[in-house]
Design a protein around this ligand. Structure first.
Ligand SMILES: [Zn+2]
Length: 198
């Protein structure tokens, strides 16, 4: 996978309205290195020539300085050997739900079979400051069991096998969050996740 593919995913996420302003960042594995969006950019305007390159241990190898949230991306890859792409967003509905949910509860109830099948178990990572080691540790702990995470009072992280899947998952997560907000405070029926999809 190449920086061009990563940039195409960034454009799709921006076009979907999931990266307000300069928020959001994305990365992908390339061999034993990580390609990642730079600091001070935006998903709608980043170019392939601006993509930063990190070693697996986080050492900066090429390009501009990476996003300040780079450690969280590396943590997700450590937890998920299957992940080839990681996307972090501050999208509106997912971030709103991240402020409503409590640790230990499912932040996105199983209202529809689609939510159950596509997103699986969604974990809520306790709040820690963006870019902190504590947040990276929280992501690493949660990501082994969940490929979709909400970061409390912050946003979302999705881990995927390829860039197109990462975009799909990000849109599906936002749609599920919108549904959760629409039903918040109502006595809405939920599904048994184990029986929602055969
Ligand atoms: Zn963030």
């Amino acid at each position: 996978m190449t920086a061009v593919q990563l940039v195409e995913a960034c454009r799709a996420l921006a076009a979907a309205g999931l990266s307000p302003g300069s928020s959001g960042n994305a990365s992908m594995r390339s061999g034993d290195r990580i390609l990642i969006t730079p600091t001070g950019s935006a998903l709608r305007r980043v170019t392939a020539g601006e993509i930063a390159v990190l070693a697996a241990d986080g050492t900066h190898e090429e390009g501009p300085a990476p996003t300040k949230e780079w450690a969280m991306h590396l943590a997700a890859y450590r937890a998920r050997p299957d992940a080839r792409v990681v996307v972090h967003l501050h999208s509106r509905a997912a971030t709103a739900v991240s402020c409503l949910a409590s640790p230990g509860e499912d932040p996105l109830p199983a209202y529809t079979p689609y939510r159950v099948r596509m997103l699986g178990r969604v974990a809520l990572v306790p709040y820690a400051a963006p870019g902190s080691d504590a947040l990276a540790a929280g992501v690493e702990a949660a990501a082994s069991d969940s490929h979709c995470l909400l970061l409390a009072n912050h946003g979302s992280v999705v881990c995927a096998s390829d860039p197109g899947r990462a975009v799909d998952l990000s849109e599906e997560l936002e749609a599920a969050a919108e549904l959760t907000l629409a039903l918040h405070g109502r006595d809405a029926r939920t599904l048994d996740p184990g029986a929602a999809w055969t």
